[in-house]
Write a protein that binds this ligand. Structure first.
Ligand code: ADP
Ligand code: MG
Length: 393
């Protein structure tokens, strides 16, 4: 399939730009198994890469101009690299432009390029196409220019460094204050494993996660709920956490352990900040428990952690919506081992650990529940942990 994808995008590239691409890269979407809204609190997360991915084809240009195209968005975007500045590009091209700006700002010796994106990741579903686009753009630009950064590290940046550059593009150029989880999953995830990520030290561990070996499937329900208020609410949650950490006198909420939670809650001035802190602290503890179970070869027992994570995100962090709660309730009633919202919230996807023999039934029950509530039909699929971003040709 990758070869077919590479050939297809190369042909489209030739049609659009009149020359052959010099390289093709691929980057996956991601699903976070557990550890939500913890990354910007220096905490823990446990994402996987999806089999769904996007491809990027690119070729150098001698004139310092970037021409950006996307198969999913209309319009041709063209800019001189020297004219790029934070906030200066809005709309679909912002993530690619941001990746190029970040590389230039950090002294990477890149030049002009033509670049085409083709995505096979469901859009508007919270599967982090934005991180896939920005990571693939960093890979393409540094891959083509063999870019050497001003700090002296030669050649292409290491995967974790690509993740950091892509996060910076999103933070500083696009203006979205996201953490490092999405980009780390895109760059570092692997087949048959989940990526245990410590968002403070940036240490990672590949933890075995092979649901089929345990008679399970990872069911994904794309609720297709319109995502509302996403960016403002995200920034507001992040601010609330930072303010709570300041009041508690810690560097970040990562530094509050589950045992210290009662004392921390007593020191906070209002109910909202108490609930936000309770979510982050208990969620970090759930990630550690899930990782311990995965390491021990007992992933089936992590179901209740998923469901507890959902309750916390719904009640304490307040990032769920009716479509998502309906999907979680439906799969649990159909016998799922555990289920939760995944991603930033306010729509997007639900994941459930289900017995493989029960997966089809769970999907049916969700569809029926959505029909009864008058919601748009959800898209239901199963996903296996897949490989991170890489060069295809
Ligand atoms: P997600 O949860 O999927 O990351 P975001 O709202 O964070 O959603 O990111 C969506 C943005 O990612 C789009 O506005 C666009 O800038 C970029 N993007 C997504 N898909 C594509 C694509 N096919 N081509 C170019 N840019 C894309
Ligand atoms: Mg995003």
């Amino acid at each position: 399939m990758s070869e077919q994808r590479a050939n297809d995008i190369a042909e489209d590239f030739r049609e659009l730009f009149g020359t052959a691409p010099e390289g093709v890269w691929t980057a996956p979407g991601r699903i976070n198994l557990i550890g939500e809204h913890t990354d910007y609190n220096d905490g823990f997360a446990l994402p996987i890469a999806l089999p769904h991915s996007l491809t990027v084809a690119a070729a150098r240009r001698p004139d310092g101009i970037a021409r950006l195209r996307s198969r999913q968005f209309d319009g041709a975007f063209e800019v001189r690299l020297v004219d790029l500045s934070p906030g200066g590009v809005t709309g679909w091209a912002a993530y690619q432009a941001g990746a190029l700006w970040t590389l230039l700002d950090e002294g990477y010796d890149i030049g002009g390029l033509d670049l085409l994106v083709e995505s096979h990741i469901p859009t508007g579903s919270g599967l982090s196409t934005s991180a896939a686009v920005s990571c693939a753009t960093v890979l393409a630009a540094t891959g083509l220019y063999g870019a050497e950064s001003s700090s002296g590290s030669p050649g292409e940046p290491a995967p974790a460094e690509v993740a950091r550059l892509a996060q910076r593009a999103e933070n500083d150029f696009v203006g979205m204050p996201c953490g490092i989880m999405d980009q780390s999953a895109v760059m570092l995830a692997d087949e048959g494993r989940a990526l245990f990520l410590d968002c403070r030290s940036l240490e990672t561990e590949q933890v075995p996660f092979d649901p089929a070996a345990h008679g399970m499937s990872l069911l994904v329900v794309d609720t297709r709920a319109p995502r509302r208020l996403v960016e403002g609410a995200y920034a507001e949650r992040r601010r609330a956490c930072e303010e709570a950490a300041r009041i508690l006198g810690v560097r970040s909420l990562r530094d509050v352990s589950a045992g210290e939670l009662p004392e921390a809650l007593a020191a906070l001035p209002d109910d909202i900040s108490r609930r936000r802190v309770r979510h982050v602290v208990t969620e970090n503890a759930r990630v550690l428990e899930a990782v311990a179970l995965f390491r021990a070869g007992r992933p089936r027992e992590s179901g209740p952690l998923f469901t507890a994570s959902h309750a916390s995100l719904r009640d304490d962090y307040e990032v769920s919506v009716p479509e998502v709660d309906t999907a979680v309730t439906a799969v649990l009633s159909a016998g799922a081992l555990g289920a939760r919202i995944t991603g930033g919230g306010f729509g997007g996807c639900v994941i459930a650990l289900v017995d493989t023999e029960n997966a089809a039934d769970c999907g049916e029950v969700v569809r029926a529940a959505f029909a009864e509530q008058g919601f748009d039909e959800p898209v239901v699929f199963t996903a296996l942990p897949s490989t991170g971003a890489r060069r295809l040709s």
